[in-house]
Write a protein that binds this ligand. Structure first.
Ligand SMILES: [Zn+2]
Length: 241
């Protein structure tokens, strides 16, 4: 039986049958994969303790009929600090769910693994959760090619060092074009600099605005992504009728 080795983080688990689980793993080298862990819900399952959510493991996978099977696993980092509070667990869930929604199996994922691992590790060692969440959002969107325009007005390309941010238009507006999106929100110079830098070291005083922009932008992209999937499904089923 053919086997492969890979390393990755468990981002989702669902129960299958009486004692099995399907794991969704974000791997370092194979993108997002789904595998079956047989018998892991039995009390004395050998692999059970290794296959917890958010665990960063090395896996030995064996070829299965539909999905590959987990034949072995050992933990590289258990990221145990994620369990320190309900809020830190919730932030880790948010990261895992967001990645699962935005990344398809077989999709090229570039830096996504590193971004997710670094975010979860930062949560585990007790970084500010809002800062981690914003850092994750901006970096994930950037690596998937959805970087918001933060240097120029999206309407006239004039360089900006403050202005208004439009979720709909995906970037900054200057005073002249602010009216292009009545829902745009004001951004100060310092806030804009923090958004551009996204070093993870976000100054306290600008964090609320940075968090608002990154979360809103993420919502917008997920929403658009979902709609295009629904649209595709509709179009496809239309052809099949
Ligand atoms: Zn403009």
């Amino acid at each position: 039986m053919a086997t492969i080795k890979t390393k990755g983080i468990i981002i989702k688990r669902i129960n299958l049958g009486e004692a099995d689980r399907i794991l969704t793993i974000l791997t370092e080298d194979r993108g997002k994969i789904r595998v079956v862990a047989k018998g892991v819900r039995k009390p004395k399952a050998k692999l059970g303790g290794f296959l917890e959510l958010f665990r960063y493991n090395e896996y030995l996978l064996a070829e299965g009929r539909n999905l590959d099977l987990v034949a072995g696993a050992y933990t590289i980092n258990n990221l145990v600090g994620i369990g320190q509070s309900l809020r830190s667990v919730a932030t880790a869930y948010y990261i895992a769910e967001t990645v699962d929604k935005l990344i398809e199996e077989t999709q090229e994922i570039n830096r996504v693994f590193e971004i997710v691992y670094q975010s979860l590790e930062s949560i585990s060692v007790g970084w500010d959760l809002d800062a981690v969440k914003s850092w994750f959002e901006i970096n994930l969107l950037t690596s998937l090619g959805f970087r918001p325009e933060l240097n120029h007005c999206v309407e006239c390309r004039t360089p900006v060092d403050e202005g208004w941010f439009s979720f709909d238009l995906g970037g900054m507006l200057d005073a002249q074009h602010r009216s292009s999106d009545p829902a745009s929100i004001p951004i100060g110079g310092e806030e804009l600099l923090a958004l551009r830098a996204m070093s993870g070291d976000i100054p306290k005083q600008v964090l609320p605005k940075v968090a608002q922009i990154s979360a809103g932008f993420m919502e917008q992209i997920i929403d658009r992504n979902l709609k295009s999937k629904e649209f595709l499904a509709e179009v496809t089923s239309g052809f099949l009728e």
